[in-house]
Design a protein around this ligand. Structure first.
Ligand SMILES: Nc1nc2c(ncn2[C@@H]2O[C@H](COP(=O)(O)OP(=O)(O)OP(=O)(O)O)[C@@H](O)[C@H]2O)c(=O)[nH]1
Ligand SMILES: [Mg+2]
Length: 339
């Protein structure tokens, strides 16, 4: 199961109490206060792990607790600190305040870590509380409570290129030809139920990441089909590839499909519509596809975007499409480096 949105409850460890005790030893009369400090409570730390790709673990275990610090004891013995708890999260996890919806932190790099809830400080023992005004404190300080937090975790995959299209358009067929990803491919809608990432290698040592997300239908923003929540996984991509079916059945209207895709992206997040885009006219091996492509080109719906006629199943036209992806990805990377 792929889970990309969970609410978690964190409770960092409370600090241990400071101890109140007095030194009692033979030949040491009036030994004075010797209560040790309480230990600090454990922190809860989130750390990204590139080997994790879902928030599923949190779905089963949404409560995360760190152990408390031990209490201080006599003879000036400080309590041991509670152990920090490090929680592994996938790269691309966004931490959001569920009430204000404000982003608290965005984990975008591997092995990035941050304390999300601080353990409470230990209370001071009466040895530490001794002062000129109060030379014999009879009580130790209580430990401070550890921080509590309710957080919304949202995973937004990190890919360079995102494939968008109607169900059955051939997105999974395309990613399986371009990369080593092997999503299920079948002749029915919604074969892909969760996003799939693939790495496209080129020029010996270079690569970019491509994401195949579930198909989008008209009204996805109103939860038609699988809804539009999966679109969040293409929010960070540099380039979008619209995969348009040109040939699989006679009632097909690629111009309408293209407009619907644009509308659904806009409903999800207006920024998506301004992302650099490439159009892949798929299933060109089928009869009538050439005529439909002509109608599509004549309509001008694609405006200035380049259209690549391909057959994902036969692997035709993929080299040109891949080159266009590389060119756009590199162009944007360069721009990001310059700015
Ligand atoms: N003739 C032809 N069939 C294709 C081509 N590309 C994909 N198909 C077929 O179209 C069907 C759907 O392909 P998928 O790759 O599963 O489509 P998808 O866009 O991933 O679909 P969802 O996961 O449901 O959104 C499968 O039966 C494929 O074999 C193509 O270029 N030509
Ligand atoms: Mg698919």
């Amino acid at each position: 199961m792929f889970t990309d949105r969970v609410t978690v409850y964190l409770k960092a460890g409370d600090g241990g109490n400071g101890c109140a005790s007095f030194r009692r030893e033979k030949f040491v009369p009036k030994g004075g206060p010797d209560g040790g400090n309480g230990g600090k409570g454990g922190d809860i730390i989130f750390k990204t792990d590139p080997n994790i790709s879902t928030l599923l673990d949190f779905y089963y275990q949404p409560n995360i607790k760190a152990p408390r610090g031990k209490h201080g004891s006599s003879s000036n013995k400080a309590g041991r600190s509670g152990k920090d708890v490090t929680v592994k999260i996938p790269v691309g996890t966004v931490i959001i305040d569920p009430v204000t919806k404000r982003t608290i932190h965005d984990f975008v790099t591997a092995d990035e870590s941050k304390v999300m809830a601080c353990g409470g400080r230990g209370g001071r023992g009466n040895a530490c509380l001794k002062s000129r005004r109060n030379p014999l404190p009879r009580e130790g300080e209580p430990g401070h409570p550890g921080e509590e937090a309710t957080l919304l975790l949202e995973l937004k995959l990190l890919a360079d290129v995102g494939l968008v299209g109607f169900p059955n358009a051939g997105k999974s067929t395309l990613i399986s030809h371009l990369s080593a990803a092997r999503p299920k491919i079948a002749d029915y809608p919604f074969t892909t139920l969760s996003p799939v990432l693939g790495t496209v290698k080129y020029d010996v040592y270079k690569e970019f990441v491509i994401a195949d997300i579930p198909g989008i239908l008209e009204g996805a923003h109103d939860n038609v089909g699988l809804g539009h929540t999966f679109l969040r996984h293409i929010e960070r991509t540099k380039v979008l590839v619209f995969v348009i079916d040109m040939g699989s059945h006679e009632h097909l209207d690629p111009v309408k499909d293209y407009r619907i895709l644009e509308d659904e992206l806009r409903f999800h997040k207006p920024d998506l519509i301004t992302k650099p885009r490439i159009v892949a006219a798929n299933k060109m091996d089928l009869p009538d596809a050439a005529d439909r492509l002509q109608l599509f080109l004549d309509s001008g719906v694609h405006e200035k975007e380049t259209v690549f006629p391909i057959s994902a199943i036969a692997g035709e036209g993929l080299k040109e499409l891949q080159n266009a992806m590389i060119q756009k990805v590199e162009e944007i990377k360069r721009e990001q480096c310059d700015s």
